[in-house]
Design a protein around this ligand. Sequence first.
Ligand code: PLP
Length: 400
Amino acid sequence: MAPRQVYLDNNATTQTAPEVVEAMLPFFKDLYGNPSSMHVFGGQVAQHVTKAREQVAALLDAQPDEILFTSCGTESDNHAIKGVLEAFPEKRHIVTTKVEHPAVLNVCRHLGKQGWRVTELPVDKRGNLDLDRLAAELTPDTALLSVMAANNETGTLFPIEKIGAIAREKGVTFHTDAVQAAGKLPLDMRKLPVDLLSISGHKLHAPKGIGVLYIRRGTRIAPFLHGGHQERGRRAGTENVPYIIGLGKACELARTELFEETNRLRQLRDRLQKGLMETIPYTHINGDPDWRLPNTCNLGFEYIEGEAILLHLSAAGIAASSGSACTSGSLEPSHVLMAMEVPFTYAHGSVRFSLSKYNTDAEIDYVLATMPGIVQKLRDMSPFYPKDAARVGSVAQAAG
Ligand code: PLP
């Protein structure tokens, strides 16, 4: 029997793992003390927060004192960027890329309006950076380089190790938004020359509203929230204990499952991609097919609108996305696809499928049986679809 609901929008958000919910529950009930309190209620909770910090640190091969809990990926990105600029008041230049998430791009643009010089590096058609150009942009006036580890829309990976090495050589602080990479790829802070790294809980099966900023020991950065002494004076405010515990558990699960899940997801994603490309003509991969997150597949279908595909998919119980959740709703192709100069003919017909550990083979079969018929139906209604153009394969005809 066909699955009724298939969730393939895991780069937008993930299901909170049942083990994570279970781990959090006591902290809504009996373990309600403030971790800063001296009494036993506080002490008990503080121990659990310490353990959660260790669990997050273990996922990154980092030291627990390098883990700062924040409220989300967006806050981590804001803290990294604004905190470094404040720590280097004499430097007035930021370098980033055109394909960052708005949590980085819009902060940089806001700072640009306030007088900082901002360089947004372009990408090529596969979404890759020119590293020589990147190196040439870093000057003694550059306070920060912010380059994401993995793109949320296409899954394209940036070579963080090489980019960090360039930043080190030039003496520039390096931040990476690893919101989409964490839990999907190994991130070893002993090896990666990264000073600051952002994570968001809800992308790796923890709840929404919890994030992490990894701050390498010795990195110059100003506090973000001023007030109490929490988070070693770097982010004041009583800790969101249940969510911190949940994130710790999610990181522990991600760490133990990483290798096996990465391989399984890659196979599942590849089967989805191959099946769709084989049955649906005029279909293109957006992003770098060889250097991508294992769970992500962004496909452009010529002659039709991504939004129309999504509506039909949704009616069939399949959830996907036509871009980043935050930017869908606008009629323009996403800034990422535009930066990659994806041809107009399929930039508008692009759909992102992003998988998680909860997706099954049966779900992929269902999508493969459903999608071609949807595409053909929409093409048949499209004024741009040539009458003599190829039609979807026989599987599609049956499903349509
Ligand atoms: N950075 C990237 C790459 C993202 O994909 C997202 C969310 O989609 C964010 C930052 C923002 O994270 P949050 O939703 O936790 O604020």
